[in-house]
Design a protein around this ligand. Structure first.
Ligand code: MG
Length: 157
């Protein structure tokens, strides 16, 4: 077994889409990003890549590459899991925390878990998604940005 950790932040702005954990949310503010700005998936990819010591998401999917402009981050997650499989590992379990002031994420948590599990070819039971506000403190508290943290345990196939 091996373990990895990931962290990601995106700025929020009015009128942009908000996609988290592979789920499009109804929100007046969304992520400023080269891709679809799914911080939860980006942190998760970094955790999985970290577990195989394969660098970070920016090295594999550079934000300077026009091929990744506006890309659906679930494709990046699928590609990351393929890489894991090529190295002889599968997802054990993952745990993600998203820090965001609004909108409330609780109603969407199970949809995110199901979507992420499907992308990683694992059971929903292996995927935890949690949400927290930061009590109106800092950039997340002021809704200037959204942050996500992820840990991933992987197992040899
Ligand atoms: Mg990102």
């Amino acid at each position: 077994m091996r373990i990895g950790f990931g962290y990601d932040v995106h700025a929020l702005a009015e009128g942009l889409p908000l996609v988290l954990g592979g789920v499009r949310l109804d929100s007046p503010i969304g992520c400023v990003a080269h891709s679809d700005g799914d911080v939860a998936i980006h942190a998760l990819c970094d955790a999985l890549l970290g577990a195989i010591a394969a660098g970070d998401i920016g090295a594999h999917f550079p934000d300077t590459d026009p091929a990744y402009k506006g890309i659906d981050s679930t494709l990046l997650l699928r590609r990351t899991v393929e890489l894991l499989h090529e190295r002889g590992y599968k997802v054990g379990n993952v745990d993600i925390t998203i820090a965001l002031e609004r909108p409330k994420l609780r109603p969407h948590i199970d949809s995110m878990r199901a979507r992420l599990a499907e992308c990683m070819a694992t059971e929903v039971d292996n995927v935890s998604v949690k949400a927290t506000t930061t009590e109106k403190l800092g950039f997340t508290g002021r809704s200037e940005g959204v942050a996500a943290y992820a840990v991933a345990l992987i197992e040899s196939i």
